[in-house]
Design a protein around this ligand. Structure first.
Ligand SMILES: [Cu+2]
Length: 463
């Protein structure tokens, strides 16, 4: 048998990129990867979008005069926003120019397990190697991509970006923005602080430098009289955004898994780490100035949040004509469950204080829990129970779920989610059905420090 330095999906740096869409995995690539690669074909009339993402170190300008060493994609934080249509195929060549291995997870995309970008399904991409992800985009919505390796360091340093998938029928807006929220913790020398001591491992890191699209507290301007679509991603390691736009009402039109049934008017919305939301914002009058901020929120952390904290300032300029139309029906979402349910699984989020390792976070009393398999097509009703005094954002890879109850209460509206907050000493009941994508999947807390400290589980989806 011929000896190879690495699996075939891993190509060395000097491999010649053939341009668009014509890569083929070599014969000795893992079988699941090879099958997924070959199966990724665009719908009729759609296309293959080939993108190079180079993960590397560079100088990140956070604010005028404030530069720090970052790790990002293509020399920017966030990485380039990837935009595509439902039915397109993304072919992304990841070039690892970092001094350590990485993998990239496609957060919220319902793609084959072999392309999910975790250590469960692929060997980490070593420095100098490339790896090609190739998959078809099945759903419209606001998603994101991020490192799934040494996350407390790699995401904090900037290895994330937004991914927008559109459908042929989208509501009409005057303008659209993708706003990726994050925070970083800078040391006295202006560089990103290394992961800290046990309070940070308990709370997760909340940096005191607050960022929108990689800039510290930027100014946003919009025209009076117009309505914009804001696609918001919470890319922070641990921070919950209780988002307010100057206390003014906006309309929620979408969540993790795309549009919801009808717009819901609100003056604030909670985004746990990794959550996304889409809002219809405006119209405002000329001269208005609003704080885009996070309101005080208690999540059980040692770090208190007593005051609102600013992320951006919104200034409303001159009036402009509006063509925006936000229909009352955005989409039809069929409930997975009606009437009484039988709970098929309990997922218990907990923690222990170990003398040796400090705080250990667990699922069903185990770090890196090995959970029971899930059968394709079988309804799953899971009670995710939080046995700890801190909130945890629960993230399921690769599949959307519907939230049936939060602390026993039915949510205000039906939606598709991949991340949901599980309140301290509370519980969330979710329902989902695995479609035919067998393989190894995972769920975990999306507070990166908790994930790193063991609050994750992996399981097989079986035919
Ligand atoms: Cu957690």
């Amino acid at each position: 048998m011929p000896k190879h330095d690495h699996d075939d999906e891993h190509k060395t740096r000097d491999h010649t990129h053939s341009g668009a869409a014509q890569h083929a995995p070599a014969a000795h690539a893992s079988e699941a990867y090879r099958r997924a690669y070959a199966a990724a074909q665009p719908d009729v009339g759609r296309t293959v979008i080939a993108i190079d993402l180079e993960a590397k170190e560079f100088d990140w300008i956070i604010a005028p005069g404030a530069t720090c060493r970052a790790w990002g994609f293509n020399g920017q934080v966030p990485g380039p926003t990837i935009e595509a249509q439902v039915g397109d195929v993304l072919e992304i060549r990841l070039i690892n120019d970092l001094p350590e291995p990485t993998v990239v997870h496609w957060h919220g995309l319902r793609i084959p397990a072999a392309m999910d970008g975790t250590e469960m399904v692929q060997r980490p991409i070593a420095p100098g190697e490339t790896f090609t992800y190739r998959f078809r985009l099945p759903d419209a919505g606001t998603f994101w991509y991020h490192s799934h390796f040494n996350e407390t360091v790699q995401l904090e340093r900037g290895l994330y970006g937004a991914l927008v998938v559109r459908s042929p029928e989208e509501p009409t807006f005057d303008h659209e923005r993708v706003l990726v929220f994050d925070d970083v913790e800078l040391a006295g020398d202006g560089q990103i602080r290394a992961p800290g001591a046990w309070i940070e491992s308990h709370d997760g890191r909340e940096g005191s430098t607050r960022l929108v699209n990689g800039k510290q507290e930027p100014e946003l301007t919009m025209a009076a009289g117009q309505i914009e679509r804001w696609r918001i991603v919470n890319a922070a390691s641990a921070r919950y955004l209780r988002l307010s736009i100057g206390g003014r009402p906006f309309r929620i039109i979408g969540t993790d898994g795309g549009l919801i049934g009808s717009p819901v008017t609100a003056t604030e919305i909670l985004l746990a780490p990794a959550d996304r939301v889409e809002l219809a914002v405006g119209p405002f009058a000329e001269g208005e100035v609003h704080r885009v901020e996070t309101l005080p929120f208690k999540r059980g952390s040692f770090k208190a949040h007593r005051r609102p904290e600013l992320f951006a300032t919104l200034r409303v300029g001159r009036e402009a004509p509006s063509k925006a139309q936000v229909p009352e029906t955005l989409r039809r979402i069929e409930p997975l469950v009606t009437g009484p349910v039988t709970v098929s699984r309990e997922v218990r989020l907990g923690f222990t204080l170990g003398l040796k390792h400090g705080v250990e976070f667990t699922i069903n009393k185990e770090q890196h829990h090995h959970a029971d398999p899930v059968r394709v097509g079988e309804l799953q009703v899971w009670d995710v129970v939080n046995r700890s005094p801190v909130h945890h954002p629960f993230h399921l890879h690769g599949f959307f779920f519907q939230v049936l109850q939060e602390n026993g209460k039915v949510p205000e509206f039906l939606s598709w989610e991949d991340t949901v907050n599980v309140p301290a000493f509370g519980s969330v009941r979710i329902a989902w059905i695995a479609d035919d994508r067998p393989g190894e999947w995972m769920y975990h807390c999306h507070i990166l420090e908790h994930h790193a400290a063991g609050m994750m589980a992996h399981f097989d989806v079986v035919s």
